[in-house]
Design a binder for this molecule. Structure first.
Ligand code: SPV
Ligand code: MG
Length: 672
């Protein structure tokens, strides 16, 4: 595709402004002339060949173009009789350079905003710019339009016409016909035919195949006199000061992002909102790069005017703060969990006259591959292990749900709920001794040995990326515990929780109904110290679980242990209770926090399950573990199905409570 710029005209209506150079060199802002702006847009559209017709001041024009340093090659063609002919003859003079190619044709005094030019260049058919909202000009071009197609162009048509501007894209076949007709006019021997408009030739051959590209109120105007210049310059200044807003959560910039940033930047000054780590984690995956690095990344991308933080998935705060003229987004958020966010954006934009611009979302396989690789990275031991600590410090309070198999791991990994213009998902997984044992049909008494427990971890790790908190029961003998720590750490587990019991461990929810022995404070401190000494990385966490409230040893005992265990090096404290009333948990948290404001506190609200995560957070709890709900819901459903089949001597009746077969076969992704 080539561009043809017609610059042979005299521009005499500009007065003194064109006394020393052609009209196209008139300044329209502090940094641009009409021509420099046109050439920059042409170059930005990837067009490298420009043909420019010249007339008066042709040397000035050639020197000026050479000084601009814009990456286009320009062929200058002088119309030797520029003062006696019209541009139809200039085109005729340049015809050898123009044949057999798609063409962008523009007059040299035309100023148009970026998006108008983008629409022209990307048009799939020949087109001319028109405006349905401008008044019909008395003396300038109008196009007669039927069925969105241009029928005739000239200054004399008023019926069924729209204001038209001489900015065209003409596809090769159409252009060859028009050019032949221009040649026929110029070679007719009739001098008057060299003085008419090139559009007169067009009107003779027009075949209803030039699309009328309606620019409406967007800038696309010729500058004929100083008044036009003032109007256009002001409008341009306003356009260039428009603010555009986009939000990004990505930690990997690819060509799709660059392309949408380029498009957005053409609408005005592009402000990029970078989503906070917490907001990214809430709906997507853990970011490979933290907020500060993602922000720096966008600050270094050409076309980005400013980078700001967006704290939540909702755009509200930033829209009200910056009042952008445009918000740009891919069209992928028209459905799915982002739809409420989009709805909020459109209603805020409507409140002050802003506009939403959506570009087609690229579902390119190579971008999916990048995302898959990022996810794969997150499942690597070093990356996964470190993430629990990071997530706690990022969010303050995190949640974990029990997983005891690959399938329950996938539920913990992928379950996401859309809520309040955002999304919620679990931050981590809990490998419960109760559920791991139950899944194997065995009691929760440390009967399932560590090798088997590690196997469960491995099954889960193979198909997930979220951090893992391992229920280490009592930790066993100190001499054994150090090996357990090393193995868990090597596997990429983030935290082991060991409870201060000794001898035959039974599940805490039995409380005092069964015989259980609490370990002495010094013995348990020794176990913690040995574990801490054994670990190799700074990321792995050993959490001490206090059973004093379960075993009715009192608050003072619980607190004494908590401070002793933290002093011995425990990275976190878990306080457990089997009471429905959360009072003793709250009392413990308050008293512990009075003296220790940093050591993370872990709770397992199986009994005191009316307490919300928000309330725990407010009180200073850092990890909330839903320890057994998947097992407890799955088991009755399975039992029910088995019963139904027995009762009815067939499976039909139990089909209603079964997942459809087509869903179960798609439940497991083919690649993780
Ligand atoms: C588990 O899930 O195995 C636990 C928590 O240890 S509890 O069952 O409440 O003791
Ligand atoms: Mg347990």
């Amino acid at each position: 595709m080539k561009a043809l710029i017609l610059n042979s005209g005299l521009g005499s209506r500009m007065g003194v402004l064109t006394s020393e150079h052609p009209k196209c060199m008139t300044e329209i802002s502090l940094k641009e002339t009409i021509l420099s702006r046109q050439l920059k847009l042409i170059a930005a559209a990837g067009i490298r060949e420009v043909v420019m017709t010249t007339g008066a001041f042709d040397n000035v024009l050639v020197n000026y173009c050479n000084s601009l340093d814009i990456p286009v090659h320009i062929t200058f063609v002088k119309n030797p009789v520029y003062d006696k002919t019209n541009y139809i003859y200039s085109i005729y003079c340049a015809r050898e350079y123009l044949k057999d190619d798609d063409l962008i044709l523009m007059h040299g005094d035309l100023v148009f905003e970026n998006t108008v030019f983008d629409d022209v260049v990307s048009s799939g058919m020949s087109c001319m710019t028109v405006s349905s909202t401008h008044e019909l000009p008395e003396k300038d071009f109008k196009a007669v339009i039927a069925d969105d197609k241009v029928q005739k162009v000239g200054i004399e048509f008023f019926n069924d016409a729209m204001a038209a501007q001489p900015l065209y894209k003409i596809l090769k076949d159409d252009w060859n016909k028009w050019l032949d007709q221009i040649a026929a006019f110029c070679e007719s021997g009739d001098e008057a035919q060299k003085k008419c408009y090139a559009e007169n030739a067009l009107n003779e051959i027009i075949d209803k195949n030039i699309f009328a590209l309606d620019v409406q109120n967007r800038l696309c105007a010729e500058i004929d006199n100083p008044e036009d210049l003032a109007v256009v310059s002001n409008k341009l200044a306003e356009i260039e000061n428009r603010k555009v807003y986009m939000c990004f959560s990505t930690d990997m910039i690819h060509s799709g992002h660059i392309s949408i940033i380029k498009k957005a930047a053409r609408l005005g000054k592009l402000i990029v909102g970078v989503l906070s780590d917490e907001a990214v984690v809430s709906y997507k995956r853990f970011p490979l790069l933290p907020f500060a690095e993602r922000k720096a990344m966008f600050e270094n991308i050409a076309g980005v005017y400013k980078v700001v933080a967006q704290e939540t998935l909702s755009y509200k705060d930033n829209l009200l703060n910056y009042k952008p003229d445009y918000v740009v987004h891919g069209d992928d958020w028209q459905t799915g969990f982002q739809k409420p966010i989009r709805d909020e954006v459109t209603s805020i934009l409507a409140s002050y006259g802003g506009q939403l611009v959506e570009f087609r979302y690229s579902n390119d396989e190579k971008y999916k591959e990048l995302e898959n690789r990022a996810r794969a990275d997150l499942s690597m031991p070093d990356v996964r292990r470190a993430r629990l600590k990071k997530t706690i410090s990022m969010k303050g309070t995190i949640t974990a749900i029990e997983a005891h198999s690959g399938l329950t791991g996938l539920i913990a990994e992928n379950t996401i709920v859309e809520q309040d213009s955002g999304a919620r998902q679990f931050d981590a997984m809990w490998i419960s001794s109760l559920c791991d044992s139950t899944a194997k049909g065995k009691p929760d008494i440390e009967l399932v040995d560590m090798t088997s427990r590690f196997r469960t971890i491995d099954d889960i790790m193979e198909v997930t990326t979220k951090p893992i908190i391992f229920d280490g029961d009592t930790g066993g003998l100190t001499e054994h515990f150090v090996y357990t720590v090393r193995t868990l750490e090597r596997m990429g587990v983030s935290m082991v929780i060991i409870e201060d019991k000794t001898g035959l461990k039974k599940n805490s929810l039995f409380g005092t109904e069964v015989q259980q022995t609490q370990a002495s404070i010094p013995d348990f401190c020794e176990k913690i110290k040995a574990g801490k000494k054994a670990q190799k990385t700074k990321d792995f966490m050993i959490c001490a679980r206090i059973e004093s409230l379960i075993l009715e040893q009192g608050m003072d005992d619980a607190l004494e242990r908590a401070f002793a265990f933290a002093g011995a090096g425990a990275d976190a404290i878990m306080i457990h209770s089997r009471k429905k009333d959360p009072a003793e948990i709250f009392e413990f948290v308050e008293k512990f926090r009075a003296k220790d404001s940093t050591t993370p506190i872990v709770v397992v609200p199986t009994s005191f399950n009316m307490v919300t995560e928000e309330e725990f957070k407010e009180r200073g709890v850092n990890v909330v573990i839903y320890a057994n709900q998947l097992t407890r819901t799955g088991f009755p459903a399975m039992q029910n199905a088995a019963r139904m089949i027995l009762e009815h001597h067939r499976a039909k009746e139990c089909d209603d409570i079964c997942m459809p077969f087509k869903d179960i076969i798609r439940l497991i992704p083919e690649d993780v």
